[in-house]
Design a protein around this ligand. Structure first.
Ligand code: HEM
Ligand SMILES: *[C@@H]1O[C@H](CO)[C@@H](O)[C@H](O)[C@H]1NC(C)=O
Ligand SMILES: *[C@@H]1O[C@H](CO)[C@@H](O)[C@H](O)[C@H]1NC(C)=O
Ligand SMILES: *[C@@H]1O[C@H](CO)[C@@H](O)[C@H](O)[C@H]1NC(C)=O
Ligand SMILES: *[C@@H]1O[C@H](CO)[C@@H](O)[C@H](O)[C@H]1NC(C)=O
Ligand SMILES: *[C@@H]1O[C@H](CO)[C@@H](O)[C@H](O)[C@H]1NC(C)=O
Ligand SMILES: *[C@@H]1O[C@H](CO)[C@@H](O)[C@H](O)[C@H]1NC(C)=O
Ligand SMILES: *[C@@H]1O[C@H](CO)[C@@H](O)[C@H](O)[C@H]1NC(C)=O
Ligand SMILES: [Mg+2]
Length: 267
């Protein structure tokens, strides 16, 4: 009798918990265990604000090392409610950026023309300087976009991509701008709108996006919470399409290349 009622009570609790978590994607995450902490001198960070932020909150190893598919897929789900379908390709390609066959670091992925590309939103082009660290001058194009509104959206994200590319074309004689970079850049714009805002509408508060890029911090204290809608290819695909359309893109010529590793050339 006792064990029966205990069992019943356990099942009722589990059922309620699963209903609650279905309504609120944040319910199972212990946010107190994931406080923001600046990286220390021996911690590695990279050119990706999304992964750096996950490391600064301890969803990824805070030292930025020993990354692999399961570590990143779990961190993306817990921190951002992202599903594996929108992360897996980037992780597979990230393995090319190191000679270590089992893991990579946040620093490794800066390898130019594997994933890292020109005309970034917050980093300088490789040929012009520092393609790794946040640069406020570069970021000002995004920061100042969509004037008169307190949010960014797919229209402003496309316009920012157009302006960042025009800057690279004007200053970087070695700029690489093919379909490959265009797709990656548009996906990254879709990522910041989705993780900092509403992944269905593609609208994100400016304050949240700016904290995400400048501090690589989740703006929880400012009112952000993890999207209740899971971010996956169903939500991201349409956003990328709208961003691409708004960016008025054309190639700067040349064929897409992928640098295969630190000691390899490219195809
Ligand atoms: C977890 C969710 C993720 C989010 C929210 C995210 C977000 C972003 C954003 C917004 C950028 C553009 C930065 C800029 O243009 O200045 C970016 C760049 C980058 N991301 Fe991520 N990302 C995520 C996952 C990943 C994964 C899984 C990988 C590979 C393992 C990756 C590798 C990179 C790299 C190498 C760059 C630099 C590209 C460049 O700007 O040149 N990211 N990411
Ligand atoms: C979701 O749950 C978390 C943790 O219990 C809570 O802090 C947050 O305010 C909730 N969000 C919504 C939209 O209900
Ligand atoms: C991924 O990394 C985690 C943490 O270092 C480790 O436990 C796991 O075995 C690794 N998975 C693979 C497939 O290497
Ligand atoms: C110039 O661009 C090519 C192709 O993207 C790249 O392989 C090379 O590293 C770049 N060189 C510099 C100095 O940026
Ligand atoms: C940031 O980028 C601007 C514009 O390219 C450049 O002039 C400046 O030196 C960069 N700042 C740092 C700290 O690299
Ligand atoms: C984005 O915001 C601007 C300014 O409010 C607005 O004019 C534009 O139509 C919006 N774009 C979309 C796709 O809603
Ligand atoms: C994305 O998530 C939604 C809501 O959970 C789901 O209906 C849809 O099938 C998912 N898409 C993919 C490609 O998994
Ligand atoms: C869009 O691209 C076309 C063709 O390259 C160009 O003529 C036009 O000026 C561009 N519009 C904007 C707003 O840049
Ligand atoms: Mg770059």
């Amino acid at each position: 009798m006792l064990s029966k009622s205990l069992l019943l009570s356990f099942c009722t609790t589990a059922l309620l918990a699963s209903v609650a978590s279905a309504k609120n994607g944040s319910a199972e995450i212990d946010w107190d265990a994931h406080q923001w902490q600046a990286p220390g001198p021996n911690d590695l960070r990279g050119p990706c604000p999304g992964l750096n932020t996950l490391a600064n909150h301890g969803f990824l190893p805070r030292d930025g090392r020993n990354l692999n598919m399961s570590v990143i897929v779990d961190a993306g789900f817990d921190g951002y409610h992202m599903q594996p379908d929108v992360l897996a390709l980037a992780v597979k390609v990230a393995f090319l950026t190191t000679d270590d066959p089992f893991s990579f670091t946040l620093d490794d992925i800066k390898l130019h023309e594997t994933i890292e590309h020109d005309a970034s939103l917050s980093r300088e082009d490789f040929a012009l300087g520092d393609n790794l660290h946040f640069n406020e001058t570069i970021f000002s194009t995004l920061a100042n976009s969509n004037p008169g509104s307190d949010f960014y959206n797919t229209t402003s994200a496309g316009e920012v991509q157009r302006l960042r590319l025009a800057d690279s074309e004007a200053r970087n004689p070695n700029v690489t701008n093919t379909d490959k970079e265009f797709f990656i850049r548009s996906a990254e714009s879709g990522f910041y709108l989705s993780v900092m805002g509403d992944p269905l509408a593609g609208v994100a508060p400016k304050e949240f996006v700016q904290i995400f890029f400048r501090e690589e911090r989740l703006p929880i204290a400012e009112g952000w919470h993890r999207s209740e809608t899971p971010i996956n290819s169903t939500t991201l695909g349409p956003l990328i399409g709208k961003i691409e359309a708004a960016s008025n893109w054309t190639t700067s010529g040349g064929c897409p290349i992928i640098v295969l590793g630190p000691d390899f050339g490219s195809f």
